[in-house]
Write a protein that binds this ligand. Structure first.
Ligand SMILES: *Cc1c(COP(=O)(O)O)cnc(C)c1O
Length: 399
C-alpha cells in the first residue's frame, strides 16, 4: 500500500460522537453537534457567527450571494487555486477576474491587482467600478490562502476599501491560521471567511464547509439562503433558496476534529520543517512559501523546483520523472492544480498576464502530509526524495 498524500486522522472522539448521533437519532441537519461545531468555527475565526454548510465550494458561493453579489458582477481571484474558487464565483452568477500571484507568496499580487483595477476599470456613479472590456461591475476580491498560508490582510483590506470592494476569503485549507499580530482572521476586517472540511483538509467533517463573519446579519442571510428560505413555521418561503445544510453526523466528526486542532497544526508544521530541510540541501529546490504575515497552517507542504534557469518544458519533464520515481517507491503523488485561467470552463473570463503562475505550477510538488503520518513513513518519503535529487538522472533531464 502506498503512502497517501492526505487522509483523515480519526483517532479522537469521532467514533464516540457518531454513535451519539445514532443513539439520539439526530442524524440530519438539526442537532447539538451542528450548533457546537458552528460555535467552534466562530471562536477559531474570531467571528460573531458562522453558518456550517455542506461543502467549501458552497460556502464561497453563499458568502458572495449573501453579500448581494451575482449576475453582472465581477469578482477578482488569483489564478493559482483549486477550481472550486472559480466555480463558486460562477455559481453565484458573477464572473471571475483572474490575477497572477507573486513568486514569493503564491498568493494574489496586490501591486498587480491595483494596476489592473486602475487601468481596466472606471468609476460608476454610486462608488462601484465598471470593468470596461466586459461591461461588468467590480464587486469583490476572493483571495486564496493557498495551502493554508496567511496573507497581508491589512494591505488587502485597505486596497479593497479604497475601491469599494468586499473581501470574501477562500480560507478553505486555512483553519487555525492567524493574521499578523496574532489576530484571528475575522478581526482583520474581511467580510467573510470560508472554510472547507473535505476529507483531505486539516480538519474534516467527511465533507463540509463554513462561512464565518463579523457581521451576524450576513450569517443570518446565509442561513436563510441555505435552509430553503422558509419564513415562519409553515411552508411559506420568500426566495427560491437552497438546501446546503451540514448534517449533525458531519458536524459530530467536525467537533471531534476541532478538539485536536492544536495537535494537527503542530504536526503539519513539523512535516513542513522536514521538507524544508530536504529542500535546503538541494540548490534547485525551495520549500513552499511561508509568508511572514502571521501563522501559516501548512495544510500541504513539499518543495518546488525554484531554479528558474531550467526551462519550462524541462521542468515539466522533471516533474513527471519525480512523480514516477516516488510512485515507484510507494509514495502517492499527484500533479499540482492547473491554474484557473487555463481551465476550459473559465476560458472566457478576464485575466491579467500570468507570467508567475505559468512558470511555477508545474514545478510544485506537494508531498504526503496527513497529521497521523507515522515517523517511519515520513522518513521513507524523505529518503526516496533524496535518492531522486541526489541522483544524476534529473540533471540529465534539466540539461
Ligand atoms: C478544498 C478547497 C476548496 C473546496 O472545498 P470543497 O469542500 O471541496 O468544496 C476551495 N478552495 C480551495 C483553495 C481548496 O483548497
Amino acid at each position: 500500500m502506498s503512502i497517501p498524500l492526505a487522509v483523515p486522522n480519526l483517532e479522537g472522539n469521532e467514533g464516540r460522537y457518531l454513535q451519539e448521533c445514532v443513539s439520539s437519532t439526530f442524524v440530519s441537519s438539526v442537532g447539538p453537534f451542528v450548533d457546537r461545531f458552528a460555535a467552534m468555527i466562530s471562536e477559531e475565526s474570531g467571528a460573531a457567527d458562522s453558518a456550517v454548510l455542506c461543502s467549501g465550494t458552497v460556502a464561497l458561493q453563499m458568502a458572495l450571494e449573501g453579500l448581494g453579489i451575482g449576475p453582472g458582477d465581477l469578482v477578482i481571484c488569483p489564478s493559482l487555486s483549486f477550481i472550486a474558487t472559480a466555480n463558486a464565483i460562477h455559481h453565484s452568477g458573477a464572473t471571475p477576474w483572474f490575477m497572477d500571484v507573486t513568486a514569493e507568496t503564491w498568493t494574489i499580487d496586490l501591486a498587480l491587482l491595483r494596476r489592473e483595477i486602475e487601468t481596466k476599470t472606471e468609476p460608476l456613479p454610486g462608488g462601484l467600478r465598471l470593468h470596461r472590456a466586459s461591461g461588468l461591475r467590480l464587486r469583490a476580491i476572493m483571495p486564496v490562502m493557498i495551502m493554508g498560508a496567511t496573507l497581508d490582510f491589512d494591505a488587502l483590506v485597505a486596497l479593497a476599501r479604497e475601491f469599494g470592494l468586499r473581501v470574501v476569503v477562500d480560507g478553505a485549507a486555512a483553519i487555525g491560521a492567524r493574521a499578523s499580530g496574532d489576530r484571528r482572521l475575522s478581526a482583520t476586517g474581511v467580510d467573510a471567511l470560508c472554510y472547507s472540511f473535505n476529507g483531505n483538509k486539516t480538519v474534516t467533517c467527511g465533507g463540509g464547509g463554513a462561512v464565518a463573519a463579523a457581521d451576524p446579519g450576513l450569517i443570518s442571510r446565509i442561513r436563510h439562503l441555505t435552509t430553503t428560505g422558509r419564513v415562519g413555521r409553515d411552508y411559506d418561503h420568500d426566495i427560491a433558496a437552497y438546501n446546503f445544510r451540514m448534517t449533525n453526523v458531519q458536524a459530530a466528526i467536525g467537533v471531534a476534529q476541532m478538539e485536536r486542532l492544536p495537535q494537527f497544526l503542530a504536526r503539519k508544521a513539523d512535516i513542513a520543517r522536514h521538507y524544508a530541510t530536504l529542500a535546503a540541501d538541494h540548490a534547485a529546490l525551495s520549500p513552499f512559501p511561508a509568508p511572514g504575515f502571521g501563522l501559516n497552517t501548512h495544510w500541504f507542504s513539499g518543495f518546488y523546483l525554484s531554479d528558474m534557469s531550467i526551462p519550462q518544458d524541462r521542468a515539466a519533464a522533471i516533474s513527471d520523472a519525480f512523480r514516477a520515481h516516488m510512485v515507484q517507491a510507494g509514495v502517492d503523488l499527484r500533479k499540482f492544480w492547473k491554474p484557473l485561467h487555463l481551465q476550459a470552463p473559465h476560458a472566457g473570463a478576464p485575466r491579467s498576464a500570468m507570467p508567475v503562475c505559468e512558470a511555477i505550477w508545474q514545478r510544485i510538488y506537494p508531498l504526503p502530509c496527513s497529521t497521523h503520518l507515522p515517523e517511519s513513513d515520513l522518513d521513507h518519503v524523505l529518503a526516496a526524495a533524496r535518492t531522486f535529487w541526489q541522483g544524476a538522472s534529473w540533471k540529465g533531464l534539466a540539461a
